[in-house]
Ligand binder design. Sequence first.
Ligand code: M6R
Length: 364
Amino acid sequence: GKDGYRHYMEKELHEHPLVIGQTLQRMIDPATRKVVLPDMPCDLATIPRGVITACGSAYFAGMVGRYWLEEIARLPIDIDVASELRYRNPPLTPGSLGMLISQSGETADTLAALRALKGIGLPVLSVLNAEHSTMARESDVVLGTVAGPEISVASTKAFTAQLTVMACLTIAIARARGTIDAAREDELVTALLDLPGRAEEVFSRQADIRKMAEVVAEARDVLYLGRGSVYPVAMEGALKLKEISYIHAEAYAAGEMKHGPISLIDRTVPIVATIPSGALFEKTLSNLQEAKARGGRLLAFTDEAGAGRLSAIAEQTIALPKVHPFVTPIIQTIGVQILAYETALLKGTDVDQPRNLAKSVTVE
Ligand code: M6R
């Protein structure tokens, strides 16, 4: 049942802290505080590249994974949506590690991509919530997201669990490749272990996010902007808004705005920015200033440190809990998902069963 929540989506949003914690318990040995992986079908120290594929939200989890794996583990990543990868016949490097991400383990395109990767002899690691699914049976190794059943068509907790697994996988691959030392590894593990508590705190901002939703619910089109590892979070926010509120939303890498979408900006097109403080803050801020100068209404997800700087230009600012920069995509995700949920409530849509959508897309 919904445990007193109005929708499964609301219940599942509130399960973020629990699910992140359970997933970490599965992947991190509490005694050594080390990420522990099952036996791998290849030597992580010597794989030349990784190839990631998935659909929908799971693909955005893969995009965040690419930022992490390339920056922290120095592993070059090819990434594509499964419906493209399966027919593209790309010249993949022999010995690359295939990585698939899926909540259901039954998505037709992702399954076909799995078979294509195996068909050319690549080892395949799958990040799956359904551990008894077709993909689980056909993969060489499965990393489980411990999200429990997800009923809402719009994915919430399964997505943050996928990010949590990708973060742990990054740490393990970085260790194997010697790109992080023990101190850095401990710092990253500590950042992850801090997450369930911080995720819980996000809900104390729900009333403020609801006020933001009042602006979004009035719009016909919404732009989402982010840079770096929170760019895919902007994409996740835009997808979730489209799915459940039927408001048109597009996400852009903040630096791309001036290459086209800036012509859309006026009072009627609100801009939702994922902009945590940190290395890319100033860059995104200057993009937002450009948008503001053209009459854009800015709605920002940041943290305490960023809120001070944004207050001068943003109409509304949500200060999310402060976390280590590594895990900001996870905390930012919860913010944009709540925004989509609150907007859908205002629109009065069927939140758990949006029109035209199925929970598991088992046809091409
Ligand atoms: O079961 P999967 O993770 O393979 O599903 C992939 C997508 O269909 C899924 O993430 C979809 O985009 C969600 N409805 C997003 O909320």
